[in-house]
Design a protein around this ligand. Structure first.
Ligand SMILES: Nc1ncnc2c1ncn2[C@@H]1O[C@H](COP(=O)(O)OP(=O)(O)OP(=O)(O)O)[C@@H](O)[C@H]1O
Length: 290
């Protein structure tokens, strides 16, 4: 088997620095293994494009949702399966796919090569495989990237900062026959049912149903934000009267401001336009699962 690994050395708490040895212990006699380390954001995307020219049997992303996103982006509509070794901090996609967090168990899966075809979401020129969000979600991720503490405590600190500092932006959301226009607290679109750390804003999402699950929440007071958090924790957010939930294959969002701030698979992005179009890409990639 020819198998190539792309390791993000800073994912999670820097676990990527230690997995080379484990990889070598699992794959020897008869297997050709190549290991690549990413050196900067976006590097995994470029490495994958080069690897594709050699047509290996499997390309493996070792990192969190950000690394998986870059590798998977280059694999869209390729027949080569994606392996995931979840060593990031959140690992939402791997959690949905029930890929073990234990590195040895995740490496073992690669040998069985049991695969599934999954959808992706497309936002303008970007893709997401787990989720994307606007509103407080993007503000929190933007803050999280600044605090440089890539763990649950880092997310909690960024979340508390978001509750104090996020100012709702007005979006016009065109969603089949629905039109929503108000200051938004939260706007989330997901392919998976896990956002990371066991939290889910879209518990009913299925990864290969040809649809994306959406949650829109209008501007909330401080107490309502606490209630929102509680409903998310008990996976009952769809029951909240200030939430609009549903499934889409296409969605348009227009902001009252000249640019849009998003999180895409946990990475903060600024789109220098006031409009985005979100669409589903059916059967976008093949992934190795248990
Ligand atoms: N050598 C590097 N130095 C700095 N950043 C890097 C490097 N290699 C990759 N990156 C970037 O690190 C970011 C975070 O990676 P990733 O999402 O895989 O880990 P994580 O944030 O710990 O996990 P999760 O997204 O699941 O919470 C990505 O934007 C990726 O492009």
């Amino acid at each position: 088997m020819n198998i190539e690994f792309i390791i993000n050395p800073i994912a999670g708490k820097g676990k990527g620095k230690y997995i080379e040895e484990k990889i070598k212990a699992h794959f020897h006699d008869g297997d050709t293994v190549k290991i690549h380390y990413t050196a900067y954001p976006g590097h995994a995307l470029i490495i994958t494009q080069k690897i594709l020219l050699r047509a290996p049997d499997i390309i493996v992303a070792c990192g969190g949702d950000g690394t998986v996103n870059e590798v998977a982006h280059s694999l869209i509509h390729s027949a080569i399966p994606l392996g995931i070794i979840p060593i990031g901090s959140g690992n939402g996609l791997a959690a949905h796919l029930k890929i073990p967090k234990n590195t040895d168990k995740a490496l073992q899966l690669l040998k069985k090569a049991n695969t599934v075809s999954i959808d992706a979401g497309q936002v303008n020129r970007y893709y997401f495989f787990s989720n994307m969000g606007l509103g407080i979600d993007a503000a929190v991720i933007g803050r999280y990237e600044k605090v440089k503490q890539r763990n649950l405590w880092g997310y909690i600190k960024a979340g508390l900062w978001g509750i104090r500092n996020y100012r709702p932006a007005v979006y016009k959301v065109v969603w089949e026959e629905k039109l929503l226009k108000y200051p938004f607290f939260f706007l989330f679109c997901s392919n998976s049912n896990e956002a990371g750390y066991g939290i889910s804003f879209t518990p009913k999402a299925k990864i290969n149903d040809g649809l994306l699950d959406v949650l829109c929440v209008e501007s909330l007071t401080f107490t309502q934000q606490l209630y929102f958090s509680l409903l998310v924790l008990i996976r009952k957010i769809h029951t909240y009267r200030k939430a609009v939930t549903g499934q889409i294959s296409f969605l348009e969002i227009e902001s009252s401001e000249p640019e849009l701030h998003l999180q895409i698979d946990g990475e903060y992005k600024t789109i220098r336009e006031n409009k985005i179009k979100i669409a589903v890409v059916k059967n976008a990639i093949t992934v190795i699962i248990p």
